[in-house]
Design a binder for this molecule. Sequence first.
Ligand code: RET
Length: 291
Amino acid sequence: MAPSGTAPIPLPTATPPAPTIQKAGDTGDRTLWVVCVIMVISSLAFYVMAYRTPANKRFFHTITAFITTFAAISYYSMAVGDGISIRTSTYVEKHHGRIPDLTLTVQREVYWARYVDWALTTPLLLVDLSLLAGLNGADITVAVVADVIMVLTGLFAALSDDGRPRWGYYAIGCLAYLVVVWQLAVGGRATVAKKDNKTATFFYAIAGFTFILWTIYPIIWGVADGSYTIDVDAEIVSYAILDVLAKPVFGFWLLFTHDSMAESTFSIGGFWSDGLGSGEGALRVGDDDGA
Ligand code: RET
């Protein structure tokens, strides 16, 4: 402590304010646990449904069960506080008078575990829809790769601490999303139109539902991770509602419809249901001896 009488004279300076911290409160924390439990229960139900379905017809069931399993793990990691990091953003508040400019710091939680979840589960959701429509392997690959680009650019954007690159990544992600929509809406529609009426009508309904839900994600991103307009609790609750609709609700709808339809309208054959040796793709004796 300075001895009395020699205390330094304060200089005319603006003290930088303490960083603003944006983190989840009780509502957010509780929501993460509730969704984790919903995902676990749905996964168990999907595995039971898969078990009860003959092995050669359960491809949709297992994919759908994997989707909610990944989501359960991701929600668990966010609920216990591991799948989260803190992004620090600084920006300068200009004062044009005698007060110096202020550097403001905001620290906000980034729930990166949800992007790991999306990078694995959104391709699987697309595989579900693509197989239903009857898309070919090349078109499914384009949709899946575009989808992975969409999610990864979303992750880079969320972790980027500078405004401009952040929105650059976001723009790339939106373009990739348009490619996904194109594959499913144009390609998927044309392919499913060649199938029976029941399958086509069901595809239009479930793909339309998916399109509406998926389009809300980048909007939430824009007002949450993008611009910090809504707080972290509102972000968690919004994604929670969307995730429950996009995974368990989507899954039950798909599998109940699958099980109630005649197998000829809604089944995949070949390697994915019968394995190699069932005809297509089987190695024949003499294939490799040049005969
Ligand atoms: C991001 C930001 C970059 C631009 C776009 C996005 C879209 C995300 C979507 C996510 C869907 C998630 C689902 C999860 C299911 O539980 C990554 C937010 C376009 C469409 C269906």
